[in-house]
Every structure is written in structure tokens, then in C-alpha cells.
Design a protein around this ligand. Structure first.
Ligand SMILES: [Zn+2]
Length: 69
């Protein structure tokens, strides 16, 4: 059962259009995986902001001030 011709060149499937993670629009090849440079910088700034915003864990209950002793 070898009546299938062997392909000389492997045909690569087209890259699936991926929606822009910022706005959901189809991503642009130049700004992949974003649709535009604007969305790329938006995502970057958000990422940077997120890294700067360090959640402060303020524990109000003091374990040493238990009052059991
Ligand atoms: Zn976008």
C-alpha cells in the first residue's frame, strides 16, 4: 500500500492565527503574538507594573500576642 507519492519538500502548515492577548484581534506577523506595537507595549507595561506591585502581606494577628501565657 505505497501508492502515496513521497513529498520532496515537507509542507509546513500555516501558523494558526493567534488572537492578540491584549485586545483579541488577529495577531500581526510583525508584532507576533500581538496585533500591533501598541498592544505589545501595553502588555509590557502591564507586566512591568505587575512586577513592581509587590503585594504586602500585612498580618494583623500577631502570633506572639496570643495571650495564652
Ligand atoms: Zn491587540
Amino acid at each position: 500500500m505505497s501508492n502515496q507519492p513521497t513529498p520532496s519538500a515537507k509542507i509546513e502548515p500555516l501558523r494558526k492565527p493567534r488572537p492578540c492577548p491584549e485586545c483579541g484581534h488577529p495577531s500581526h506577523r510583525e508584532h507576533y503574538p500581538f496585533c500591533s506595537d501598541r498592544c505589545r507595549s501595553l502588555d509590557l507595561s502591564r507586566w512591568l507594573k505587575g512586577s513592581y506591585a509587590i503585594p504586602v502581606a500585612e498580618d494583623e494577628s500577631n502570633p506572639e500576642d496570643d495571650g495564652r501565657f
